[in-house]
Write a protein that binds this ligand. Structure first.
Ligand code: NAD
Ligand code: ZN
Length: 249
């Protein structure tokens, strides 16, 4: 365990521009279940595809019902030791960017500035009009949903409103993809924290980093399909592992 932390700290020390890539495993220590671990969200509910959200009022209702059920969780969860370690690496200039697949907003809450954070799959803490992209706050939508059983239409254009997350089948956000590509192009170390690395195109970034000559380090409870390309693989919990890494820098 100590050796793993020392090896990861050594990789971080020699790198000049590390990029941190995070997945749902980053937030399990805050009490948010991931998708693919035993007991994860997918063992309990089917994801709602984007095309169904667009075409089927019942899918939209189910989607907002699930969002309503999560509201208390989103209002009470806190960043964990792993988030704090990531924020420390950014604050110390050890990491240039954090690319996250998470939608929970916990990297921001732990102090990672917006300009250093790239949210590939959006954010569940607010909503957007799918047509004009106007931002809407969740509280008002949930109040409308509780009263009427559906989400309000966009006040600006009458368009469909959806949480600002990227669903299966929904196009990836262009600006975020471009920012991620630029960050990865410039990086000399890619540190993966808590991702099964099976969701594409997101998982393409660690692979791209390795292909262009960056070192690749993966810290994940379980094996991933990219382990064989990695310079360092640590199968352990993120928070307890990253604390000693920060101390060793
Ligand atoms: P995933 O569920 O596919 O994989 C998570 C990985 O993290 C697993 O391999 C698991 O073994 C590992 N893990 C879990 N807890 C860990 C811990 N404490 N320490 C070390 N490893 C740990 O998640 P993914 O790769 O991010 O892909 C799933 C998709 O689900 C993403 O697109 C993401 O947007 C979405 N998602 C997000 C959240 C969130 O925002 N917190 C939660 C669930 C799902
Ligand atoms: Zn609109």
């Amino acid at each position: 365990m100590k050796e793993d932390a020392a090896r990861l700290a050594a990789l971080i020390k020699v790198s000049r521009r590390a990029v941190i890539f995070t997945g749902a495993g980053m937030s399990t220590e805050s009490g948010i279940p991931d998708f693919r671990s035993p007991g994860g969200i997918w063992t309990r509910m089917q994801p709602i595809e984007f095309k169904d959200y667009l075409s089927d009022p019942e899918a939209r209702r189910l989607s907002w019902q699930r969002r309503l059920e999560m509201e208390e969780t989103w209002n009470t969860v806190k960043p964990n030791d792993g988030h704090r370690a990531v924020a420390a690496l950014v604050a110390r200039g050890e990491a240039s960017h954090v690319i996250t697949q998470n939608i929970d907003g916990l990297h921001q809450q732990s102090g990672v500035p917006e300009e250093k954070l790239i949210e590939l799959h959006g954010n569940t803490r607010y909503a957007k009009c799918l047509d004009c992209e106007t931002r809407l706050e969740i509280a008002g939508i949930l109040a409308h949903f509780t009263a009427h059983g559906d989400a309000p239409a966009c006040e600006q254009c009458g368009g469909l409103v959806k949480t600002a997350t990227i669903s299966f089948g929904q196009p990836m956000p262009e600006a975020e993809m471009a920012r991620a590509e630029a960050a990865v192009k410039a990086c000399d170390l890619m540190l993966v924290l808590g991702s099964s690395l099976v969701v594409y195109p997101a998982a393409g970034f660690p692979l791209q980093a390795k292909r262009q000559g960056a070192r690749l380090a993966i810290l994940n409870r379980e094996e991933t399909p990219l382990d064989r390309f990695a310079d360092l693989v640590i199968n352990a919990e993120i928070g307890p592992t990253m604390g000693p890494v920060i101390d060793a820098l």
